[in-house]
Design a protein around this ligand. Structure first.
Ligand SMILES: [Zn+2]
Length: 162
């Protein structure tokens, strides 16, 4: 014979009210933070995460920096990829199409900005990619690294807002 006789199972204690328990916290209480931790998609952190978030920046600057690193700025090429019909031209140099790569690293205005910043930090060359920005001062002192992070992110944001 399979199964159990339901009549023989212990009866629930009707004097104690049922309560819900959340197994993802030590005290079994549901919190928004613990629920977020359970449902969020875990993935590898991007290479720029600690570079961006471990530096003291105005929150608004950090938020724009996050958008830049994520590549979510609405440049003309992005809008075109979303089927917007528009002619693209860099507003600064009026020579090239507006892409994030052009605006941040290839445009003459951006090159002048980076040249000023990298000269101040006595670096060999200006960065041409986000990765080069992040790695430019990786072998410097902790203070120099922090200053570079704050300065370079602020530079990117200033170029973007130009
Ligand atoms: Zn340009």
């Amino acid at each position: 014979m399979l199964g159990a006789d339901v009549a023989l199972l212990p009866q629930p204690n009707e004097d104690i009210e049922d309560e819900m328990l959340w197994e993802h916290t030590p005290n079994e209480e549901l919190t928004v933070a613990s629920a977020h931790e359970v449902i969020r998609a875990e993935g590898n952190k991007p290479f720029w995460a600690s570079f961006l978030w471990n530096v003291i920046l105005h929150p608004k600057t950090a938020a724009i920096g996050w958008k830049i690193f994520r590549g979510t700025m609405h440049t003309d090429d992005k809008l075109q990829s979303m089927k917007f019909k528009l002619a693209s031209r860099c507003i600064t140099c009026e020579q090239q199409c507006e892409t994030q790569q052009h605006l941040l690293y290839e445009c003459e205005f951006a090159k002048k900005c980076w040249n000023y910043v990298t000269t101040t930090f006595q670096l060999q060359q200006s960065p041409t990619t986000h990765l080069e920005v992040v790695e430019a001062c990786k072998n410097h002192s902790p203070l120099a690294k922090e200053l570079w992070a704050a300065t370079s992110i602020s530079c990117m944001v200033a170029i973007w807002k130009n």
